[in-house]
Design a protein around this ligand. Structure first.
Ligand code: SAH
Ligand code: DHB
Ligand code: MG
Length: 224
């Protein structure tokens, strides 16, 4: 199987099941035009996030890693009118592009973007007692994933859902000796999923337009 096939099948799925959407399409276009890296979830992955949030009945969502707001828009669209999504981004340029995209999507009242390194803004959310979040999407710098998992647990309740992107990394995740800090971050994160008595988790490998990767999903099964 080749990347070309994975991309062609992703286009087939997306053409069938993910209709063009002006705000989402504009978010991708403006992100590319501003020179942001193409690290957004793919359209069919974005729709999976929407469906998971809807199945879960999420009313409060936390996202770590906004980029241009593409996954933010998908997730925020799952929310009821009084729902809230907080998204954390450290890059001022990414945040500026995302704010415009989120506003253009009509989600400015539902989404709050906090600029700053997530390891600084996450403790603020705890201090402000913004917990619990029904769904937490971890998709920022991978070396920090173990820390993000600890904060996600602090900001969870029994029944919260934690989803993490990019936990397979082209298969590098099984390279125990990898010197790549992202691989080590993801490996430690996956181990924490296994070690934590508060979650029940699995991970799924994916292929598609973004290559070979995967996501992890964890249900918080116990309070602190
Ligand atoms: N969730 C987005 C993609 C996020 S890409 C989508 O699917 O559309 C990862 C983002 O995390 C980048 O915008 C990067 O600037 C941001 N990031 C990296 N390190 C960070 C940190 N320490 N705190 C917050 N955001 C960070
Ligand atoms: C990278 C980050 C992501 O969140 C992603 O989905 C794909 C790639 C990266 O940093 O390379
Ligand atoms: Mg990602």
């Amino acid at each position: 199987m080749t990347q070309e096939q994975w991309t062609a099948v992703d286009h087939y799925i997306t053409d069938l099941l993910v209709p063009p959407d002006p705000a989402l399409d504009a978010a991708l276009q403006s992100s590319a035009a501003a020179g942001l890296p193409p690290h957004n979830v793919s359209p069919n992955q974005g729709k999976l996030l929407l469906l998971l949030a809807q199945i879960h009945g999420a009313r409060t969502i936390l996202e770590i890693g906004t980029l241009g707001g593409y996954s933010t828009i998908w997730l925020a669209r799952s929310l009821p009118a009084d729902g809230r999504l907080i998204t954390l981004e450290s890059d001022p340029k990414h945040a500026e592009v995302a704010r415009a995209n989120i506003g253009h999507a009509g989600l400015g009242d539902i989404v709050e973007l906090r600029l700053g390194r997530a390891l600084s803004t996450l403790p603020q959310l705890v201090a402000e007692n913004r917990r619990p979040f029904d769904l937490i999407f971890i998709d920022a710098d991978k070396p920090s994933n173990p820390d993000y998992f600890a904060w996600a647990l602090k900001l969870s309740r029994r029944g919260s859902l934690i989803i993490a992107d990019n936990v397979v990394r082209n298969g590098a995740v099984i390279d125990t000796t990898s010197s790549d800090p992202s691989v080590q971050g993801v490996r430690r994160f996956n181990e924490l999923l296994a070690e934590s008595s508060r979650v029940s988790a699995t991970a799924i490998q994916t292929v598609g337009s973004k290559g070979y990767d995967g996501f992890a999903i964890a249900l918080v099964t116990a309070e602190d």
